[in-house]
Structures are given as C-alpha cells and as structure tokens.
Design a protein around this ligand. Sequence first.
Ligand code: ASP
Length: 324
Amino acid sequence: MKEKILVIHTGGTISMSEDFETGAVKPSETNPIKENSKELLTLADLIIEEPFQLPSPHITTREMLQIKEIIETHLEKKEISGVVITHGTDTLEETAYFLDLTVKTELPIVVTGAMRSSNEIGSDGLYNLISSIKVAKCKEARNKGVLVVLNDEIHTAENVTKTHTSNVSTFQSPQYGPIGIVTKRGIIFHHAPTKRECYPILDVTKKVVLMKAHAGMDSALLLAIKDLGFDGVVIEALGQGNLPPATINGIKALLADKIPIILVSRCFNGIAQDVYEYEGGGKHLKDLGVIFSNGLNGQKARLKLLIALETTNNLKEIEAIFHV
Ligand code: ASP
C-alpha cells in the first residue's frame, strides 16, 4: 500500500510562472505545480490542500497558524505518513521553524520551494517537490523535527537559512551543514538533531521587533520601540554579542519595563555569548538582564520569542526557553 502524504501548497516561486515577454515572475490563476500531481501519484497517495497562494513576503504568523491547524487536523485522523509544504523561499525558514516549535508529531514535515519558477529553464520546483515527498515517506526522517528539502539536501528548520538571492543552492545550515542528502537511489541521513521542543500555542497575540546592530548605533529606535508598545525585542548584535555604548540607555529603559531583549549575533556563524567586559560588551548586557540566544538567527529568535510570550512573560522562564 502506498503511503498517504499531505501536500499543502501555499504559494511562492514554486507555484509561479515567468511571463516571457516582460520577464516578470508572477502567480497564475491555477497553480502550475498542481498540474504535475499525476506524476507525483506514482510516489505516494497525495491529499492536497491549498489554503492560500501567497508570495512568501506576504506570509505572517496568521498563515503559519493556519498551516499548523491544517496539519493537526490531518494528524488527528491518523491517516497520513508525512507532510510536505510548498512555500516561497524568502520566508520559508520562518514558517518551517514556527511549525517545528509548535506542531507535536513524530512524522516528517518537510518544507520546500523553488528558486526558478515553473516554466523557466532549469526550474527546480517539481524536482524539489519530488525529493520532499520521498523524504516525507521515509521512516528515517521521523523524529527529526521539521525539515527543509531543496537542491538534494535535507536541513533542519532550526539551522537552515536562505543565503543567496537567486542560486538554487541558497539554503544552507551555517556551522552545522545539512543532516542528510537526497540521492538517485534513496535518502541518506548522516546526522540527527539532539533535541526537540514543542510549545502548544493556539494563537500569536504579541508584537516582537527585530533590529540589527551597527557601528554608531544609539538608543533612539530602542526608546521608540518602548513607546510603540512592543512586547519583546530581538537584536542582531555585533560579533560575539556586543552593542555600542550609546544603546545602553535604550536597553535599560526597555528592561525597566520588563520587555524581554533577546540577543543573537549578526555574524553568519557562531553563537552570541557574554564574553566581553566593557560598556556594551556581552557581560555588561547579560548583567543588565539581556537574554542570549543559543545560535538562532534573528528572524527565528523573533518567532521563538513570539511563541514563548504566549506561554509566559517571566524573564527567567523566557531565558530558559532560549537555552533549550
Ligand atoms: N519571492 C518569492 C517568495 O518567497 C521567492 C520564492 O518563492 O522563492 O515567494
């Protein structure tokens, strides 16, 4: 008997076509990737859902919650062996990580996309979808959290990030690498994640802002954030986790209002830690109450803080969540 795989199409380049006259890539009335469903049926029995067709810069936590609910509805029926989600690549890592943190299942959930639209030379959409269905059916893919499959590589949602604007090998996991590969003969996993975490949230109701530190940064935006009523702040700090001294007033003002500040590094590799002891250095920031994250990038730390804030606003508990 063939496995049943739930395929959720959400939009993105994988479901767009190029207008050969103007060169513009855009959505069409019908999703071209669905036209290939017959070929895909040789791989598995597919249950196809298409809740929306959005370019991924249009995706918000509302759509992420909608995808989560669709998956949970099908999980309850206990008829599927895995899930594949097609998604625009721009925010693909965010939806993947959101689902990783919020959907409780051992079954593989695979997120995929394409860098070239359906009718472009070298289009990678159908290929990536086929690879993803193969991974989603694979028993070894179970219990590894949400996976991102493109360009013959299998990455964890936690570590993967989009690294190139147009190259088909854009998805990389800095410092860790992929956990498996897709070959012509099958799926090979060479690593396995060491931990899983799940936060059973029903909604996302808080506001978290993401900022990037730079030379000469001051407190102006941090003070504005406080006045704008944000519930949390993520800062992509300098190097190992340092900020310019002129930000300290803003940091103190936010912390005085019990607004959590999560620090990640703006560096592509490595983990932000409290190493330096000077004004604005990591040790100073940690003493003030800034929370250091365990190697997440800024956009994922923002989602994790949004999710954490649905379960607690206790700073110690939030810190513990960032050290899982
Ligand atoms: N801008 C497109 C999107 O994210 C790019 C893609 O799908 O790859 O929807």
